[in-house]
Design a protein around this ligand. Structure first.
Ligand SMILES: [Ca+2]
Ligand SMILES: [Ca+2]
Ligand SMILES: [Ca+2]
Length: 358
């Protein structure tokens, strides 16, 4: 179950507790990762965070960002039942820089994304318990910190825009495997060369993790649930042919790149009303422990329902919204049906052979 606390309780400093939103795609309209953004046309504009949400808190631009220098739009989505965060990144840059190499190993303009699937918060690059780990190099403390701590409970993706040398991502952490398919998937669309201006589209999915260690087989994905929150932020590192020109970030605090307490709270939203059917019958059920052959049925229909009619498959029926039914015979599988009626008509859901009483 989602925790019954608000994002405000969890993030009191970042963006004054503002709750950002993740759009839910219906399962028959999942975005195709192909660089064509038309499958995002169903997303209302209110889910898109443009340049006006950013602040360059390190390189001097502040919130006074010249759209002739950099202009971006970021939209985030999810699909109920899949542990994936979909991102659409649309950007204009006056100088796309993708032939550079700097001593930190960053190639090209960077769209830096940090994801904390289970809102653990806290530092995730340098362990504050081992201050020596802040020193680069082959100091044993640094190596130990890197392999056991960096990116473990929150993950930092330096996404190249555009890809360079066939690389899409540099993972700042000890788990480069998180950027490989099927944990992630990237596609781009752009028509410019190094040093030119132009528009770029990048769409991707990333997998959220409760923890993602060096050893992939010990990783635990975050199970995404409607109404719960993830930690997420991004920063655009804009290089325009020289030193870095900007560190434009959503958190308004560049500590976001290494400390998950500076991420923003994003809520996994339900489907927008216009994407829901007018009426669709559905239900779930649960076997009640300690009560022999008793099954609790729960209506999960979509749309306005005025009356319910349950057929339990043994000749008995009920017109309660959420009945509990005790079967007489065990060792049988039952076909259970729920018929719902409302202003938009009538609909029925049958679960064939799904209710089996021991
Ligand atoms: Ca697409
Ligand atoms: Ca620029
Ligand atoms: Ca640039």
């Amino acid at each position: 179950m989602p925790l019954a606390i608000s994002a405000q309780d969890m993030y009191t400093t970042v963006r004054e507790g503002k709750q950002f939103r993740v759009f839910q795609f219906p399962k028959d309209q999942i975005p195709r990762i192909d660089g064509d953004k038309s499958d995002w046309d169903i997303v209302p504009e209110s889910y898109t965070y443009d340049t006006s949400w950013l602040n360059d808190t390190e390189d001097g631009h502040g919130t006074d960002i010249d759209p002739e220098d950099l202009d971006v739009r970021v939209t985030v989505g999810w699909v109920k039942g899949l542990n994936r965060i979909y991102i659409l990144y649309e950007a204009f840059d006056d100088y796309w820089d993708f032939e550079r190499f700097n001593p930190n190993g960053y190639l090209s303009d960077i769209f830096e994304v940090v994801l904390d699937g289970n809102l653990s918060g806290g530092p995730f690059i340098y362990n504050p318990l081992i201050p020596e780990a802040r020193k680069w190099g082959d100091h044993p403390a640094h190596i130990h910190n890197h392999l056991t701590f960096s990116g473990y409970h929150a993950q930092n993706y330096h996404i190249f825009t555009p890809p360079t040398r066939n690389a899409e991502v540099l993972v700042w952490g000890a788990q480069p495997w998180i950027a490989a398919f099927p944990h992630a998937n990237f596609a781009y669309s752009y028509d410019f060369s190094h040093g030119e201006s132009g528009h770029l589209v990048m769409e991707c999915w990333l997998t959220p993790f409760d923890h993602a260690p060096f050893h992939q087989d010990q990783a635990v994905e975050t199970v995404l649930r409607e109404g719960s929150f993830i930690g997420l932020s991004w920063s655009i590192l804009d290089f325009d042919g020289g030193d870095r020109d900007g560190h434009y970030n959503l958190s308004h605090d560049t500590r976001m790149v290494m400390d998950a307490s500076y991420l923003c709270a994003f809520e996994l939203m339900p489907l927008e009303a216009h994407l829901l059917p007018e009426l669709r019958a559905d239900f779930e059920f649960q076997y009640l422990e300690g009560r022999e052959r008793a099954v609790a049925f729960q209506d999960t229909s979509v749309g306005e329902v005025e009356s319910w009619y349950w057929e339990f498959g043994d000749g008995n029926s009920s017109d309660e919204p959420n009945p509990i039914h005790s079967y007489e015979k065990s060792g049988v599988h039952y076909n259970v049906s729920l018929t719902v009626s409302g202003p938009k008509g009538k609909d029925v859901k049958t679960r064939f052979w799904e209710v089996m009483v021991e």
